[in-house]
Design a protein around this ligand. Sequence first.
Ligand code: CP
Length: 329
Amino acid sequence: MNEFWRVKSFNYDSIVVMEEMCHMSLKGKDIISIRDLTRNEIEHIMEVAVTMEPLMKTGSKILGGKILACLFFEPSTRTRLSFESAMDRLGGSCIGISEPRTSSIEKGESLEDTIRVVENYADAIVLRHPSEEAIRLAAECASIPVINGGSGAEEHPTQTILDLYTMKREMGKIDGLNIALLGDLKYGRTVHSLACALAHYYVNLYLVSPEPLAMPRQIIKEISGRIHVIETCDIEEIIPKVNILYVTRIQKERFTNLNDYERVKGAYRLTLQAIINAKKDMIIMHPLPRIDEISPEIDDSPHARYFKEVWYGVAARMALLSLIFGTIE
Ligand code: CP
């Protein structure tokens, strides 16, 4: 628990929380980029997430009457359903668009008009959109908080919150760890947000990818003055060194030329043999969906954490929503 925050008392139906010397409030805040959050704010969300874990079983009414609009203009399983699950578990409710063809977008309605309409129906919006600009446009139009549920190949800040929360819960800390991001670092929005967030911590960050899928230079430039960054194509070399191996799929849908995709397809695949020299307590994470980059034989190994990560994601999103709605300060 950090020095700014202490839970004074707690029960399952009405959480009574008191902050002490707390300088931050996320009430009403848009979450567009992970860069919108300081380390203290991220730590604060994770501390609240710990208090949310028991509520995943018991349920609560702390978001009773609140409505979240989930507007998804790209496919999703985890992000949309975990936001919906988080609202439901806290007594709130969700409305949304998960298939744009069934909305008036199909008739030509603009995103701006859609947002201006939806803000009358809900208290906050989660938006996933293939355009990187759409999330900023939505936040400018909306008078209610807008949360980025994935903006093109650019960012996925709430995934990063749950990724950090998984690291903290599983390893007990983030500072001091060797962390590798492996896979499509060019188009993977989760790794863009995660790399920026990890720059708040004292970590060694290994960026491991086929050369054509390297991390964008502007992100390297942004983080390399703050943490030790090592770029490599050599998976075998980094496996024994790392505490956390964060794997991503190749983002086929972002390639403009399918021949380029065919050239890198299957370029890496984790098997039990490939991780034989890993530290005993090394954990493997993945934002999912997985295609073929982690062999299913790893699922039952003590290293796998990617399905547990999904579980932590609900608690993390319950915490984020409670803070944005101002039910918890
Ligand atoms: N991790 C993640 O964003 O998964 P979905 O695309 O299924 O939401």
